[in-house]
Design a protein around this ligand. Structure first.
Ligand SMILES: *Cc1c(COP(=O)(O)O)cnc(C)c1O
Length: 362
């Protein structure tokens, strides 16, 4: 049995450190915005080279709060990719703005930047680039577009913790960078968690009150805020894993490169465009034999998944509103994409087994 991610194996490798940290936090009983949350924010900011890191309850909340703090609101258009997890668009809808979906590059699956430029109107307020599957979007081009048209850039880094472009981390290019610590992400906790990074003092200040009931000072509420805090116990786990994130991402790249060598000629392996470092949150191939391959993998107890089977403009929730929108590259990729197991603990031997199974299916 080979799972998509092997959280158990990772836990057992880090068990002593994690268990010890949790037991100490239980004794401390400072469960809300406690010392581990505060230390984690400092450590993550330093790790990313960001001025401020504000943790919150999930990656979805990170996007929602980031848009609020940046001042995006009703009537604004926000351009993003149609080929992403629903949360990217949900956050835009929460604040009453309108998502404008653009098509993707057929090789990297990241948003098409010519299409992004073409989608800018006088209502456009922001762009949300998503570093999909862990491969950085060309942020220098995005920032040029944003400067030229006076737009805000909110990076969705839910899949790209630790991915950099020439040593500058994703999440430090836009006004804010939004992270998810969902268990299966590259930096994941044991439940939900999220974080926003920013260089902007005022935005950081707004985020700190937005996540905590609009309050700086206890029981003094300046604005309507939210209950969106990172849990103290999750912060313990994240502090331990943060010390290993570089090695985790390195091992993901090792596994991905070994896969790509072995899979040549069988399916189309993921394309690295070299703009930044792909940290392989997912290893997504293309094949026109997806059904037979997936059936064979499942018979052999090898996990396999489709990211994403339906682009957002075709999702039931959006289909009516976007019925005149055609984004053919994303629609084609959705038909052919196949994600194989990838995690730092995946061995080359397991990859051999997966590749042999794929070979036997086609
Ligand atoms: C996981 C994910 C999110 C949402 O993060 P949660 O922590 O699950 O709320 C947002 N955007 C993308 C691209 C994601 O992959």
């Amino acid at each position: 049995m080979i799972p998509m991610v092997d959280l158990k194996r990772q836990y057992h490798k880090l068990k002593d450190e994690i268990d010890q940290g949790i037991l100490t936090a239980l004794e401390n009983t400072q469960f809300i915005l406690g010392p581990n949350v505060q230390e984690f924010e400092k450590e993550a900011a330093s790790n990313l080279g960001a001025k401020h890191a504000i943790s919150c309850a999930s990656g979805t909340d990170a996007l929602h709060l980031a848009l609020l703090a940046a001042g995006v609101g009703p009537g604004d258009e926000v351009i993003t990719t149609t080929f992403t997890f629903i949360a990217t668009a949900e956050a835009i809808c929460y604040i009453g703005a309108t998502p404008v979906f653009v098509d993707i590059d057929e090789k990297t699956f990241n948003m098409d930047l010519d299409a992004t430029e073409a989608a800018i109107t006088n209502k456009t307020k922001a762009i949300i680039p998503v570093h999909i599957f862990g491969q950085p979007v060309d942020m220098s081009r995005i920032m040029q577009l944003a400067d030229k048209h006076n737009l805000l850039v909110v990076e969705d880094c839910a899949q790209s913790y630790g991915a950099d472009i020439k040593s500058k981390m994703t999440s430090t290019f836009g006004i804010t960078g939004c992270h998810s610590f969902f268990p299966s992400k590259n930096l994941g906790c044991f439940g939900d968690g999220g974080m926003i990074t920013t260089e902007d003092e005022k935005v950081a200040e707004r985020l700190r009150i937005l996540r905590n009931h609009g309050s700086f000072e206890r029981y003094h509420h300046n604005i309507i805020g939210y209950n969106s805090r990172l849990d103290e116990l999750q912060a313990v786990i994240l502090r331990v894993k943060l010390r290993h994130i570089k090695e985790f991402n390195h091992e993901r790249r090792r596994a991905a490169h070994y896969y790509s060598e072995q899979l040549a000629g069988l399916v189309t392996p993921p394309h690295e465009d070299g703009i930044g470092t792909h940290i392989y949150h997912q290893y997504v191939t293309l094949t026109d034999k997806r059904d037979v391959i997936m059936k064979k993998l499942s018979e052999n107890e090898i996990a396999c998944a489709i990211y994403y089977p339906i682009p957002l403009h075709k999702q039931p929730v959006f289909a009516e509103q976007y019925k005149s929108v055609s984004l053919p590259v994303s629609e084609q990729v959705a038909e052919q994409c196949m994600a194989l197991p990838i995690h730092p603990e995946l061995t080359n031997q397991q990859i051999d087994q997966i590749v042999a199974t794929i070979k036997s299916a086609i």
